[in-house]
Design a protein around this ligand. Sequence first.
Ligand SMILES: Cc1cc2nc3c(=O)[nH]c(=O)nc-3n(C[C@H](O)[C@H](O)[C@H](O)COP(=O)(O)OP(=O)(O)OC[C@H]3O[C@@H](n4cnc5c(N)ncnc54)[C@H](O)[C@@H]3O)c2cc1C
Length: 601
Amino acid sequence: MAAVLEPTASLAPAQGGGFLLEEVGRRRITTPESFSEEQRLYFKTALQFCREQVLPKAAAIEAKDNALLKSLVRQAGELGLLGLDLPEAYGGLQAEKTTSMLVADANGLNGSWSVTFSAHTGIGTLPIAWFGTAEQKQKWLPALASGEKVAAYALTEQGSGSDALGAKTKAVKSADGKWWVLNGSKLYITNAAFADVFIVFAKVDGEKFTGFVVERGAPGFSVGPEEHKMGIRGSSTCPLFFEDARIPVGNVLGEIGKGHKIAFNILNLGRLKLGAAVLGGMKHQLENAVRFAAERKQFNTPVGKFPLLREKFARMAGAIYAVESMCYRTSGLIDAALANHDRSAADYDAMTIAAIEEFAVEASILKVAGSEALGLVVDDAVQIHGGAGFIEDYPVERAYRDARINRIFEGTNEINRMLVTGMLLKRAAKGALPLFAHAEAVERALAAKAGPAPVGRDALATAAQTAESLKWLAVVALRAAVEAFGTDQEKHQEVLGTVSDIVIDAYAVDSMVTRTRQAAGAGGQDPVRVAMTTAYAVEAHARGTDRARRALCACAEGAALELQLVRIAPLIQFRPYAPATLRETVVAAIETAGGYPAAVT
Ligand SMILES: Cc1cc2nc3c(=O)[nH]c(=O)nc-3n(C[C@H](O)[C@H](O)[C@H](O)COP(=O)(O)OP(=O)(O)OC[C@H]3O[C@@H](n4cnc5c(N)ncnc54)[C@H](O)[C@@H]3O)c2cc1C
C-alpha cells in the first residue's frame, strides 16, 4: 500500500531542509546540465588556470614556496577569480553563488592551492565584504579582489577549536581611545606566513566576542613558525601572537559582542565552498587512476580490466555524481533566493547572508558528504595504483594526504553532523519548517501499513522510491529520538549523528534522481547517469536501513520498539538490481571520457 502525503511545505520559496518534506523532483533544481554559458566560461577559465599554472608547479608549492603561492593568488586576481563574491563597487563581480562554487570546484585540483585560494577569497575576505563599514571595504576589498593583498581568518586557539566562542584572546581599548590592545594567540591559521590582512576574533574586555581586522606589521602582532603537516603541506599554517598588539580603533568588524555572527555566517559559506572544492580533487584523482590503470599491466592485462578495480571506478564516479548533484542544487537554492534582489543594492550582502543561513542544513550536509566522498575517492585511487600509490612520485600519494584535513576544518564532521539534525529540529521548533506535522503524517501512513507512493515509472523509479524511503526513515528516526530524549541532544549524539547520516544520503539520492530526470534529453534518460544514481541509491538504502534500525533500537525497547521496527517495513524493502550491468555501464563511460563521465563542459 502507498500513501500520498498532503504537502506540508509550500513550494515557493524553498525552505532550508525542505527537501526532507517534499516529494522527489517536486521542484526543479540547478544542475551542471543547466549552467549558463557565463558559468561554464568561469569554470573553464579557472580550470585552465589550475591545469596550466598550478599543477605544473605542484612540487614547488609542496616545498612551501610562499612567493610562488602569493604570485598565483595575484594571477588568479588578474583573471577575475578572486572577486566573484564581492560587490562591483570594490573590484568584484557579485556573481551568482553557483559561479563561485564552480570556480572553487576547478581550483580543487591541488589541495594546497585550493585551501590557499579558499581561505583568501572566502573566510579571509568575505567578513570585510559582509560586515565591514564602507570605509573598511574601500580600504581593503579592492586590493584583496586583485590579489595585491592576501587575507587570512583567525578563529581557532590552543584551547578553543570546535568550541570557537571559548576564545581567550582579549581586546581592551587603550586609555587614549585610539587603539584596541590585543593579547593572546591563534593556532593553525591558513595563509598566515604571507597574508597582509587577518580577520581576528577576540573578546572585548574578556567577554564580548568580536571581530577585528589586523594588518601585518601591527605593533605587538607576530606570526609564528610553519606547522609541519600531514597534508596540504604547500599551504601556509602558522600560529599568531598578540602581545599588547595595537590595532587602530576603527578596525572593529561589525558590532562589538556580535563576532559570532561573522564567525558562523562565514563558516556556512566555507562549508558550501568546501563541498565544491572537493569535486575538483575527486575528478582529478579519478582521471589519474583511469590513466594509470589503462597503462599498468599485470597477468598480461591492464589492471583497469579487473572487476574488483572496475567496482572502485564505478563507486568513485557515483560518489562524485552525488556530491556534484547536491552541491549545485544547494548553490542554485541560494541563487534562487537572491534572484529578485538588486546585486548592486546596499542590502545585497545582508540578503546573501540570510539566503546562505537559510540553507545552513544543506551546507553542513555538503561539508560532511563532500569531505567523506573525497576520502573514499582518494583511498580507492591509491589502491588502484598499487605500490605506486604509496610513492611520492605519483600525485595520488599527495592527494591522499591532502584530503584528510577536509573532515577536520570548517567545523569537524562530528560538529557538522550534530548541526544537520540540530538545525532541523531548531527550525521545526520555531515554525520555520513544518517537520513535526510532516512526521505525524508519515507515522499515520506507516501505522496504516502504507509506504511512500511511487514517484514515476521510469528507469529511476526504484531510486526515487529509495529517496522517499530514506526521507521517511530520517523523519521517523528523528521523531523517535525527540520523543525519547527531548531536546537533550548532546547526551545522545550517536543517535542524532546516525539520523544525520540518513538525512545526508536522502539529500544525495533525491538530488541525483532529480538531476538525472531533469537532464533527460530527446533520447530519454542518460543510461550512465541512471546507473550511477541507481547504484548509489542501492548502497544508500542498505546504509539507511541499518542506521534507522540502530537509531530506533537506541530510542525504544520491548513492544514499542518491536512495533516501530514492524512499521518501517515498507521503507526497508529490498528491491533486486543488476550490479554488474550498472558497474559496466558506468566504467565503460569512464574509460571513454578518460575520467568522470558527467563532467561540466
Ligand atoms: C591545516 C589546518 C588549517 C586550518 N586553518 C584554519 C584557519 O585558517 N583559521 C582558523 O581559525 N582555524 C583553522 N584551522 C583550525 C580548525 O578549524 C580546527 O582544527 C577545527 O575546527 C577543530 O578544532 P580543534 O583542532 O581544536 O579540535 P577539537 O575541537 O579539540 O576536537 C577534537 C575532537 O573532538 C571532537 N569534538 C569536539 N567538540 C565536540 C562536540 N561538541 N561533539 C562531538 N565531538 C566533538 C571533534 O570533532 C574532534 O574529533 C585549521 C586547522 C588545520 C589543521
